[in-house]
Structure formats: C-alpha cells, structure tokens
Design a protein around this ligand. Structure first.
Ligand SMILES: Cc1cc2nc3c(=O)[nH]c(=O)nc-3n(C[C@H](O)[C@H](O)[C@H](O)COP(=O)(O)OP(=O)(O)OC[C@H]3O[C@@H](n4cnc5c(N)ncnc54)[C@H](O)[C@@H]3O)c2cc1C
Length: 387
C-alpha cells in the first residue's frame, strides 16, 4: 500500500485495516451490483467498537477524538470500501453529546455504543428548498406531550438501516421569528415506530450503492421528550455538527485519493505498451504525481481541522477547506486512475469505475463545493453576503 507522508495513528490504522481486509474488493463489488447494504461489514465495524469511537467511555464508547474517528473513515475508503454506509453515526453522536440532556445521553448512548441501536440518519434536506435550509417546510407542532410532524424530506440516507434519525423541522413559522435561522428544532425519531405511524419511506435509485430516500411525514407523532436541546435552536445545533461531518468526509476523500493513486501507480508500473511501462512516460507520470501532491496537501488541512476541533477551537474554515480540497483531490485522482487504466478502468472487476462514481458525490453532498466557496468568501474573507 502507498505510504502517505502524513500518516498518523499507525496502530489504529493497522487495526482498522485488519478488519477491512476481511472485506475485499469482491465483497464491495458484489454489493454494488446488487445495490445492497454492506450489513456484515457494518456489523463487524460495530462489534469492533469503531462506530462508537467518539462516544465517551462512561457511556460504553472509546472516548476518542475526531482525529481518530477520521482515521477509521479514511481507512475504510482506503481499503476499497465506502464509509457512506456508516459515517452518519459518527457525526450524529456528536449532536446528541453536545446538545442532548443527561437523560437522553444515558438513554441512547450506551445502546448505540453496544450496537443495539444505530443512529445513522439525519433528515435535513427538502425537495423544495434544497441548500436554503432555513426555508424548510416540514413542521413539528406541539400538542400536549407530543409534537406532530408533517412535511417531506429528500436524500435522507441509511433510514432503512438505522433505528433512529435526527430530524430537523420548523417549530415556529418563519414569519414569526426575528432571524430565519431561529424557530427550527431537532428531534430523535424512532424509525421503527415512525414507519407504522405516519412516516413513508421511498428509496431513491441513484448512481452509487447508497441507501437514500424520500420521506413523507403525515401527522407523525413524536414524544416531546425526544426534542434535543431547546426548542427553536435546532438549526444552530445542526450547524455545530457540520464541522465534524465535513472533516470526516475530507478524510474519506483522502482515503479514496490514496486508493486511486495506489492503484494507478501499480498499474502504470506493470502495464507495458510500446515496449515500456506506461508509467515511464511523463505524460502519465506527471498527472499521477500532481494528484499525489494534491491529496497530501488536502490531508494536511484535514489534520488541521481535526486538531482544532479536538481542542474545542473554532474550525469552520478549516473543516470546509479540508472538505473542498479533499473532494477535489480525490476526484482528480479518480480521473487519472480511470484514464491510465485505459479500457480496463471501465471494467467492473477493477473496481475503479465504482470508486470513481462514489467519490464524485462529495463535491455535491453533504455540502456542494459552491457553498464552501461562498462560506470562505463571506465568513473568512469578509466579502458581502450573496444570499
Ligand atoms: C447520495 C446523497 C445522499 C444524501 N444524504 C443526505 C442525508 O442523509 N441527509 C440530508 O439531509 N441530506 C442528504 N443529501 C442531500 C445533500 O446534502 C444535498 O443534495 C446537497 O446539500 C445539495 O442540495 P440540493 O440537492 O437541494 O441542491 P440545490 O440546493 O438545488 O443546489 C444545486 C446546485 O446549485 C448550486 N447552488 C445552489 N445554491 C447556490 C448559491 N447560492 N451559490 C452558488 N451555487 C449554488 C450548487 O452547485 C448546488 O450543487 C444527500 C444527497 C445525496 C446526493
């Protein structure tokens, strides 16, 4: 495997790699063909405790930081797998930890740590409003000791393979709040119960093997005690979690980037055309070298974001920039990898076209590249707001 100059946490990497090596390319390839969820892989990660890495030890987790969590995600992607099947739990736990009540933490975290419950889903995006989250139309109206939810969500991932979902809904109409970011709240939704009582889940067939869905809420009742934090502050809570999410996705893209570079370097060394390895041509070498430089640079920004996050320092700029750089770098590496495999890059059995599709997602979701540029322009450089 390619040696990355900025590899850290070698023991942790070795342990995650050992687990991932039990799930070789054929496993992920077959699931991709069947569009099936990597159940046994996610179970193995859960049993080994990796998906509870950030849960404090008092609740049965390992109490590790974002840096270690990001290594786990990176190694999954670097092994040829795709963390998209399970990364939701890493950042959803953070939302519960930071904003949940002591009772909620005692209720949920030990069961998530033991693997009895999965908290893999977060329902934010809506069809009519897209990135303009403050305009969401899903409402949660308090009626006695319950909230009644009505509305629609789209692209909500892992709902069919999760026990709980964190849902963002409007609790005060936008016309009645002084700032549009106020008046939204987040809730723990028991998915097993909800599908029997007002939640319809409609899967969306898509480009990658990723379980994602449209959700329709028709008078779904949620116990009031499932509100996380204060009513009306949910948007802020979701934003808090995004830095972790972006940093983890950056690490996944770094993992993808190294995977592509590893594969293309090996192939370019072995494949002989015109009586010499194709990698002897600088027209082949230079794009690969360029991709490696870019993945390494993105990796440094990922570590910077981790350091700041784990020190409790503001890290919005670094988390966003890490995600931006890493998603671009992995995509460029994917392009070089498919290009220099010639026709074979398109064959399923090489796994490149699968990883190529998978890594492409990260320039759109969970936040599009344009929105990161907008964040940096306005919040880092102080340029005038555009929306
Ligand atoms: C496979 C997949 C899984 C997902 N999983 C989840 C999930 O689990 N939970 C969840 O809540 N959401 C999820 N999403 C949704 C994802 O976060 C959104 O698709 C993404 O944030 C973009 O929103 P949108 O699709 O509505 O695009 P839109 O908001 O319609 O934007 C379309 C494009 O227009 C551009 N754009 C929009 N506004 C601006 C602007 N002001 N300036 C410049 N450019 C702009 C951007 O390039 C953007 O990509 C998922 C999406 C996918 C594809």
């Amino acid at each position: 495997m390619l040696k990355a100059a900025s590899d850290r946490y070698p023991d942790l990497r070795d342990a995650v790699r050992a687990l991932c090596s039990q799930f070789p390319d054929e496993y992920h390839r077959k699931l991709d063909e069947q569009r099936a969820y990597p159940e046994s892989f996610v179970d193995a990660l859960t049993r080994a405790g990796w998906l509870a890495a950030m849960i404090p030890s008092e609740y049965g987790g390992s109490g590790l930081g974002l840096a270690e969590a990001s290594v786990i995600m990176e190694e999954i992607n670097r092994s040829g797998g795709n963390s998209g099947a399970c990364h939701g739990q890493m950042y959803n736990i953070g939302t519960l930890l930071r904003h949940g009540s002591p009772e909620q933490k005692r209720h949920f975290l030990p069961k998530i740590a033991s693997g009895e419950w999965r908290l893999q889903s977060m329902g934010v995006t809506e069809p009519a409003t897209g990135t303009d989250t403050t305009k969401i139309r899903t409402t949660a109206v308090r009626k006695g000791d319950r909230y009644v939810v009505n509305g629609q969500k789209v692209w909500i991932s892992r709902v069919q393979h999760s026990d709980w979902m964190i849902l963002l809904a409007r609790t005060t109409p936008i016309a009645e709040v002084s700032k549009k970011s106020e008046g939204m709240s987040i809730f723990m939704v028991d998915l097993g119960q909800a599908v029997k009582a007002g939640l319809t889940v409609r899967p969306i067939a898509n480009m990658v093997n990723h379980e994602t869905n449209e959700l329709f809420f028709d008078n779904l009742e949620i116990p009031a005690e499932n509100l996380i934090g204060q009513e009306g502050r949910g948007f802020r809570y979701i934003l808090d979690g995004l830095n972790a999410e972006r940093t983890l996705i950056a690490a996944e893209c770094v993992g993808d980037g190294y995977w592509f570079i590893d594969r293309v370097t090996r192939y370019a060394t072995e494949r002989v055309v015109f009586d010499r390895p194709i990698g002897q041509n600088q027209g082949v070498q230079f794009p690969i070298a360029e991709c490696y430089i870019e993945v390494e640079a993105a990796n440094l920004m990922r570590w910077r974001a981790c350091e700041l996050f784990d020190a409790g320092e503001p890290c919005g700029a670094q988390a966003n920039m890490a995600k931006y750089l890493a998603a671009k770098a992995s995509w460029e590496a994917a392009n070089a990898c498919i290009q220099f495999h010639g026709g074979y890059g398109f064959a399923h059995e090489y796994d490149i076209e699968r990883k190529f599709r998978e890594t492409r997602l990260y320039q759109v979701a969970p936040v599009s590249t344009n929105l990161i540029l907008s964040y940096v322009a306005e919040h880092v450089l102080g340029l005038p707001r555009s929306f």
